[in-house]
Design a protein around this ligand. Structure first.
Ligand SMILES: CC(C)(COP(=O)(O)OP(=O)(O)OC[C@H]1O[C@@H](n2cnc3c(N)ncnc32)[C@H](O)[C@@H]1OP(=O)(O)O)[C@@H](O)C(=O)NCCC(=O)NCCS
Length: 119
């Protein structure tokens, strides 16, 4: 996933009919979000983020599952930085498998891994 989510970009996504956003509330605080597109029978996961203070409590997994359900797709797809150990661990734990690699996809030259699983 490319970084750089801003309020304006989020607003723009929400104006598109394809966008789905789920948020996590923990102890009355915004603890995380997941953003995706529901397109052509696919759940395309664009961004998943959990606040540092709320990590390793299962929220990331619940956000991904809720987003995929909201997209009502048959398959869930994403791309992730090849050096993002936490995210690759999360998606692996959720049953995603690597099915491709984009060389030097990110501006700093890091590869992107393409991952997917049946929704
Ligand atoms: C990736 C991220 C969303 C995970 O959120 P989280 O709420 O901590 O994840 P969960 O608690 O649901 O973790 C579920 C499983 O994922 C794996 N996992 C999560 N964080 C991990 C880490 N740092 N290292 C290795 N595995 C990890 C583990 O298998 C974990 O299960 P366990 O805690 O029982 O061992 C969070 O670290 C984050 O916001 N990172 C910064 C943003 C980011 O990189 N987003 C992904 C963009 S593609």
């Amino acid at each position: 996933m490319r970084q750089g989510w801003t309020v304006d970009r989020l607003r723009g996504e929400l104006d598109r009919g394809l966008a789905r956003v789920v948020v996590a509330d923990l102890e009355g605080r915004l603890a995380g979000h997941a953003i995706g597109w529901a397109v052509a029978g696919e759940a395309q996961i664009l961004d998943v983020r959990v606040a540092e203070w709320a990590r390793r409590r299962g929220l990331g997994g619940r956000l991904v599952d809720a987003l995929v359900e909201a997209c009502e797709g048959e398959v869930a797809l994403l791309e992730v930085r090849a050096d993002n150990v936490a995210a690759i661990g999360l998606y692996g734990a959720l049953g995603f498998v690597v099915n491709g690699r984009r060389s030097a996809y990110y501006p700093d030259g890091t590869d992107a891994l393409l991952m997917q699983r049946p929704a």
